[in-house]
Design a protein around this ligand. Structure first.
Ligand SMILES: NC(=O)CC[C@H](N)C(=O)O
Length: 359
């Protein structure tokens, strides 16, 4: 049987069954999602992480490309109680090590008590514990991945839905899930996908109806160019953001972000809307959070479990952001109306601009 080891930052080494060979290192996190492994494994937000599934059987409905959120697997390695052959073969073909037959309850408890931690992975015929420990020793903290945006973003401006008649969206791709683009196209928007480090002049030349900052991996403070875009455009252009996008908007407008102990990853995170009193179930995947929204933003929705900000609006600016994933995929579709709200905000501004001031 193939050897498989996970070396944890707290000094422990766990042993499992190797399902896809290779060595890897990353931040060890867990998701409680019980469906949606195809979407989670292709979500760019998991770049530089090792994803543990707490749900025990992963792969029971196969692997279909139409469910993918991007064209490759993003976690550096994957861990579950049991992977089906379909998933193991997929991960092997992607060169992503996979380990099962270990006690994922123990891994989850470890992360819950100790926080997300570095780990090293070694899977193969002849690997040893030392190989996993050597990977761990080279592992960098998430905040040290200062160029992580470049690993997941488009290199060049791409346009989708050029013939659509709705608003023009400038989507800053910090690792955008495909479902965000699809949700905008389904609402007749034209979507300009821009590199994570797009310059102010690039956005200016598009004159978009909304500047939309995507989800993405890593520490929001490492997205300096996207932060600068929000600062530059917020007075004249509506701004929206999802997950990393919410954090970037807060950083740009005088707020602060911080690392959480082990984050929120799953498909049943309850969110309370402070105005309506309604609770919705949401899909989440984040390890940072907005600590202080600053004086230009107000928190409109909070996580029922720990009160962290889930929805933020601009006070004097047209800004709407969400910490969760309103595009779902995987997970409940309770929150798709976020896209209607963003596009309504954008088209109101577009209409206002179309009317000359002296009319
Ligand atoms: N899904 C995301 O956009 C994640 C945002 C950020 N990288 C975090 O971990 O909090």
């Amino acid at each position: 049987m193939t050897e498989a080891y996970v070396a944890l930052e707290d000094g422990r080494v766990l042993e499992g069954r190797g399902r896809a060979p290779g060595t890897a290192r990353g931040e060890l996190v867990f998701t409680t999602a019980y469906t949606g492994y195809e979407e989670s494994l292709t979500d760019p937000s998991y770049e530089e992480q090792v994803l543990t599934f707490s749900y025990p059987l992963i792969g029971n409905y196969g692997v279909r490309e139409e469910r993918f959120e991007d064209d490759r697997v993003h976690p550096r390695a994957a861990i579950a109680k049991e992977f089906t052959a379909d998933v193991a073969e997929w991960l092997e073909s992607e060169g992503v090590p996979a380990i099962d037959h270990l006690d994922t309850r123990e891994v989850v408890t470890e992360i819950r008590d100790g926080g997300a931690m570095k780990c090293g992975i070694a899977v193969g015929e002849d690997v040893t514990e030392e190989d996993a420990i050597a990977e761990l020793e080279q592992c960098e903290a998430m905040s040290e991945h200062t160029e992580i945006g470049a690993q997941v973003s488009v290199d060049e401006h791409e346009v989708y839905g050029a013939d659509n008649e709705g608003v023009d969206v400038a989507l800053v791709d910090c690792g955008a899930k495909g479902s965000i683009v699809d949700s905008l196209l389904a609402r007749d928007a034209t979507v300009h996908v821009l590199p994570h480090d797009a310059a102010v002049a690039d956005v200016e030349s598009l004159d978009p109806d909304v500047l939309f900052i995507s989800n993405g991996p890593g520490d929001p403070v490492n997205y300096e160019e996207a932060i600068a875009l929000v600062e530059a455009f917020v007075e004249d252009t509506p701004v929206a953001g999802i997950c990393l996008g919410q954090q970037i908007v807060a950083e740009a407008l005088g707020g602060t972000t911080e690392k959480m102990d082990f984050g929120h990853r799953g498909v049943n995170q309850p969110v309370l809307d402070l105005e309506t009193g309604q609770v919705v179930m949401t899909t989440q995947n984040h390890g940072y959070t907005v600590a202080d929204p600053g004086e230009h933003l107000e928190v409109t929705q909070i996580n029922v479990n720990d009160d962290t900000p889930e929805g933020i609006d601009g006070i004097e600016y047209d800004v709407i952001t969400r910490q969760y994933h309103p595009e779902a995929n995987p997970g409940p579709e309770d929150t798709l109306d976020f896209f209607d709200d963003v596009l309504a905000m954008a088209s109101e501004r577009a209409d206002a601009r179309a009317v000359p001031a002296d009319d």
